[in-house]
Write a protein that binds this ligand. Structure first.
Ligand code: UFG
Length: 343
């Protein structure tokens, strides 16, 4: 940021995995921040970690974004023009079992934030979208123009609906918005002071790997080795969480500096490279010099075979590029797991 007065950014879901890493990168880029979270899927570990990394006290409000009055009070008490909205439920399987919980939380919180932006004339918002909006697609790598497919889960549907809510709100107001479609965020800050803290049995691959390596889980199940891919396991685009956090800083800066070409824009955030589950498991063992207990298990319902991003738009327009190697990311994930187990 090269403006004289510091620009403050409201970060909802700031105590979470991606939110906490984004607080660090915003501060490093010269922004002020205020974080809100209701700790529904987190605790204050990562906020304390952010404070250790940055040496700053993070202004924080324990607020549920679905609580309009409490959110309004945040808008009244803090001066910010930009918002990054992370706060949402994100467990794909749970969303299929409890769709109303997901629709209520993910839609209402976002609608509240947008209504308050309009009411208090706050202009810029970055929304956490997901590669899940592409569904099973034949077009690889996927570009932002690749048609969205009907969502497979209620979680995925909330991401599609929120993108549409943002598009329509931008079209009818002075709000500017950027939706970032994340591929598979993994890893941790190199300091190992912040990282992913899943509650209960992890759904996602890398936390399951690190918990298996640390002995909390007995054995990793690789879901399927009979897919039409070179080694038979599914292919994903694993994006380092610090790189992903920096994409948010680039998106906010673009809007603050008025460099956005349209008032609503969408960017894929990935590396552009697909990695199979078995390749990832092999790499994790190699770079961390350990042996992982794993077995081949049946396919998991709802998994797409292969998906990875075309990132040219983010590269060219945001001036952003994934930088950290997958090896370094997997080292950071293991370092974080060891840190958190010692705590
Ligand atoms: N996998 C295993 N074993 C595990 C966990 C996962 O083999 O214990 C495999 C999955 O089958 C899949 C790959 O590892 O092939 C990645 O699975 P994740 O659960 O880590 O990630 P997904 O690609 O299923 O989901 C991620 C995000 C979602 C988002 C989705 C969009 O977690 O929030 O990408 O594609 F919706």
């Amino acid at each position: 940021m090269n403006t004289n007065t510091k620009h403050r950014v409201l970060v909802t879901g700031g105590a979470g995995f991606i939110g906490s890493h984004t607080l660090v990168e915003l501060i490093a880029a010269g922004f002020d921040v205020v974080a809100v979270d209701n700790f529904s899927n987190s605790d204050d570990t990562c906020l304390r970690g952010v404070e250790q990394i940055t040496g700053q006290k993070i202004p924080f409000e324990n607020v549920d974004c679905c609580d309009f009055a409490a959110m309004e009070s945040v808008f009244q008490r803090y001066d910010f023009d930009s918002i990054i909205h992370f706060a949402a439920f994100k467990a794909v399987g749970e969303s299929v079992e409890m769709p109303l919980k997901y629709y209520r939380n993910n839609l209402m919180s976002f609608i509240n934030v947008l209504e308050l932006m309009k009411k208090y004339n706050r202009n810029n918002i970055v929304f956490s979208s997901s590669a899940t909006v592409y569904g099973e697609t034949d077009v690889l790598p996927v570009t932002e123009e690749t048609p969205r497919m009907p969502a497979i889960s209620s979680y995925g549907n909330t991401k599609q609906i929120c993108e549409d809510i943002l598009r329509d709100t931008v079209a009818s107001s002075s709000v500017k918005g950027i939706a970032l479609r994340y591929f598979n965020p993994i890893g941790a800050h190199p300091s190992a002071l912040i990282g992913e803290l899943p509650r209960g049995v992890p759904n996602n691959l890398v936390p399951f790997i690190t918990q298996t390596a640390s002995g909390i889980r007995e054995c990793l199940s690789v879901f399927g080795n009979d897919y039409p891919t070179p080694d038979g396991s599914c292919i994903r685009d694993y994006i380092d969480v610090v790189d992903l956090a920096k994409a948010h800083v680039a998106a906010i800066t673009r809007m603050v500096e008025g460099k956005n070409k349209q008032n609503y824009e969408i960017f894929n955030v990935g590396t552009g490279k697909g990695t199979s589950v078995l390749e990832l498991v092999e790499m994790f063992q190699r770079v961390n010099n350990l042996k992982l207990n794993y077995k081949i298990a049946p396919r998991r319902q709802g998994d797409v075979v292969s998906i990875y991003a075309d990132t040219s738009l983010a590269n060219n327009e945001l001036g952003w590029k994934a930088e950290r190697s997958l090896e370094d990311t997997l080292v950071s994930a293991w370092k974080w797991e060891q840190y958190i187990r010692r705590k």
